[in-house]
Design a protein around this ligand. Structure first.
Ligand code: CDP
Length: 225
């Protein structure tokens, strides 16, 4: 049976970058569960559906044909909704501002959790998100909780957007991330919390290769036991 690795943490901690690199290193598949909530949010906004209309959002989630490809040579996973590549449209400000509302929806979470478990079933996979180690896959072989200070996470997201040519204020990003974290951490269903048995990694002062080495050292230690 292949191994399953759960990586959770708040926005901008670097989960997806690390997960992609780790997946490549181990030859594992990678599933960005945030992209699933983002895809539903994007489609709802596009169709003019009220994000707070629980029933409509559930209906949309039931009918969506969601397909996420493994990372390509540029380390990018492509997200297809009903056969359409929407990858570049999922990390916009509009989606950022609305995704936590969609992610609070109990029925949507049930549908997504079931899909995520099915995808993970055959193992050799890394899943990143908010509730992987606590709810989706509590029996995962490895659980990491990756975080960093709010200032550092905001700075990273700001740089990411800046590199894409977008002019945004650092203060505004910090505020938006803090609000989303609060919403994700305090929601009733599957809130963002560290699983008791997850390994905490604070990446505030670590480079990407350093974080990757840290994760790999835990994985190798365990395998050598
Ligand atoms: O990349 P970033 O950390 O900013 O966000 P993401 O991982 O793409 O997740 C976007 C949003 O989806 C989060 O703020 C959560 O509200 C929601 N989410 C969730 O509820 N459960 C997950 N397993 C993954 C994401």
């Amino acid at each position: 049976m292949g191994k399953v690795i759960a990586i959770d943490g708040p926005a901008g901690a670097g989960k997806s970058t690390i997960s992609r690199l780790l997946a490549r290193k181990l030859g594992y598949r990678y599933l960005d569960t945030g992209a699933m909530y983002r895809a539903i949010t994007y489609l709802a906004l596009e169709q003019g559906i009220d994000i707070h209309d629980t029933e409509e959002i559930v209906q949309l989630s039931r009918n969506i044909d969601l397909n996420i490809t493994p990372p390509d040579e540029n380390n990018v996973s492509h997200v297809f909704i009903n056969g359409r590549d929407v990858t570049d449209r999922l990390r916009t400000k509009e989606v950022d501002l609305n995704v936590s509302t969609v992610a609070k929806n109990r029925a949507v979470r049930e549908l997504m959790t079931e899909m995520q478990r099915n995808i993970a079933r055959s193992g050799n996979i890394i899943l990143d998100g908010r509730d992987i180690g606590t709810r989706v896959l509590p029996d995962a072989d490895f659980k990491f909780f990756i975080t960093a200070s709010l200032e550092e996470r905001a700075r990273r997201r700001w740089k990411e957007l800046k590199d894409k040519g977008l002019e945004v204020s650092l203060a505004e990003i910090e505020k938006e991330i803090a609000e989303r974290d609060l919403e994700d951490s305090t929601r009733e269903i599957a809130p963002l919390v560290k699983a008791e048995d997850a390994i905490l990694i604070d990446t505030s002062h670590l480079s990407i290769p350093e974080v990757l080495d840290k994760l790999l050292s835990y994985i190798k230690d365990e395998e050598n036991d």
